[in-house]
Design a protein. Structure first.
Lengths: 402, 73
């Protein structure tokens, strides 16, 4: 036996299998008939869902059972939404039910599926159509009910994390017959409003699928898909998927999660910006250090053989560095300035005046500007030749290409 | 470049681009200094945008098709 082989405990095996299953089957619709139903005083409901050839243990926990609005019965044909898991203490494979819909009411679901397929085939849910959610928004529009915890949750999260972000609420109905009209109007109003929003959150708290039904309305779904401003939907809880969720640019499991997605922590942003300033400084510093190495190498080699070329190059570098110093002095970055002052002193070695002392001369025009290869020269120009100890005024007789 | 109308998002993304440019290519000294200055300008304008507008919350009201933004909720 390979001693490297990991030996799992029973619990480890159960937990790993549970993890795999929960990942793979987290949002599943399943249809069947209820049997062996029992409800405990805790409010949890246990039953078996079966069809002609198979069955699966199912559990509906009390808080989800409360949201149903009815108590399921044996023999009922239902469509359930939920995820598969393993109850580790007993290694039991089971379906954790989030919501149950009686198949008799199946028309609603058929309509949902039909509409979903239709919109899908039109590309309404196409990922390539999704707008990018801004990483650093400044203004966020929120469409939700003015009552209730949703708007408070969103405000709390955003003001805590990003006090620089402005929030604009557009109150809307989020349930009932008029909700569709109200939500559509809300989206249109935010587009028409003079303050330009960087993103919109459409949110409402959890509820039964029937409560959320307005979010499956075809017109609303289309308006969301066509929005110019990126929309994050935060409708219901993690387990409910409406067609609005599919059409929006991003789906958040809860309104608070939507707010979090749009609100980078301000202190982190300050820190990031400080770091970027340090990096910018670092680029310049290392560039200058590099240049010095180049100069040192030039002094060691080339300059000795071709002094006039070397001089021109160094003069150019000297001028460039002087410019850098002037620029940086203006940008008042003290740290860099100090460093550069030291390096500036080193550069004095390359000062043209020192080179004059070595016996060369420099030519200046009548305005006192140094004459180099680019300077325009013509016959009759007066120029001054500067030596280390005297100046000769001369007139150009002829200018010809070399 | 007037920073007044440029959004925080655009400034942050421009800053990323400046850093990227400095990082990836060997630029000339002139270009480097120019990028440096642009980068510093961007970090400053980003910081001032973060400092501005503390906790402004408004409500958009539609009264007979007339849109009004009023403070608070």
């Amino acid at each position: 036996m390979n001693t490297e082989q990991t030996i799992l405990s029973v619990s480890q095996l159960n937990n790993q299998a549970k993890f795999l299953l929960e990942n793979k089957f987290s949002h599943v619709w399943v249809e069947g008939e209820i049997s062996s139903l029992r409800q405990y005083s805790s409010g949890h409901i246990y039953f078996t869902l079966k069809d002609a050839t198979g069955e699966i243990s199912s559990v509906l926990f009390a808080h989800d059972a409360k949201k149903l609005g009815f108590i399921p019965e044996n023999g009922q044909k239902v469509i359930m939404f939920g995820g598969v898991s393993i109850y580790s203490p007993r290694g039991q494979f089971q379906f954790n039910v989030k919501s149950i819909h009686i198949s008799g009411k199946g028309d609603l679901w058929e309509a949902y599926e039909r509409l979903k397929r239709k919109l899908e085939s039109e590309g309404i849910f196409d990922p390539s159509q999704k707008k990018k959610i801004p990483a650093y928004p400044q203004k966020i529009g929120v469409i939700t009910s003015v009552d209730g915890s949703v708007i408070q949750d969103i405000i709390n999260v955003i003001t805590r994390r990003s006090p620089h972000i402005q929030i604009m609420l557009r109150p809307s109905l989020v349930q009932g017959d008029s909700a569709v009209e109200s939500l559509i109007q809300g989206i249109e109003d935010i587009h028409a409003c003079s303050s330009q929003m960087d993103a919109i959150i459409i949110g409402r708290g959890g509820g039964s699928m029937e409560d959320l039904w307005c979010f499956n309305d075809e017109r609303l779904v289309r308006v969301i898909a066509n929005s110019k401003i990126p929309i994050i939907s935060a409708v219901g809880h993690e387990t409910d998927f409406t067609l609005s969720d599919f059409a929006s640019d991003l789906r958040a499991p809860t309104p608070s999660a939507a707010a979090e997605l749009l609100s980078p922590v301000r202190d982190d942003l300050y820190q990031y910006l400080d770091e970027q300033e340090e990096r910018l400084l670092g680029f310049i510093q290392s560039y200058i250090l590099n240049q010095y190495q180049t100069i040192e190498m030039a002094i060691l080699s080339y300059g000795f053989h071709k002094p006039e070329v070397f001089f021109d190059q160094q003069k150019e570098k000297y001028n460039n560095f002087t410019n850098v110093l002037v620029n940086l002095a203006q940008s008042s970055v003290d740290k860099l300035k100090k460093k550069l002052e030291i390096e500036y002193e080193k550069l004095q070695v390359l000062n043209p005046k020192d080179i004059l002392k070595r016996g060369y001369s420099l030519a200046f025009d009548e305005d006192g500007k140094i004459i180099n290869t680019d300077s325009p020269l013509k016959k009759g120009d007066n120029i001054n030749l500067h030596f280390s100890d005297r100046i000769a005024n001369t007139t150009i007789n002829k200018v010809e290409k070399k | 470049m007037s920073n007044k109308e440029i959004s925080f998002e655009v400034s942050m993304l421009s800053l990323e681009k400046v850093i990227e440019k400095l990082e990836s290519s060997s630029t000339s000294l002139d270009e480097m200094v120019q990028l440096y200055e642009e980068g510093i300008k961007l970090t400053h304008s980003c910081k001032s945008k973060l400092a501005a507008a503390e906790e402004r919350i408004t409500t958009l009201v539609n009264e007979k098709d007339e849109l009004k933004e009023v403070p608070g909720i």
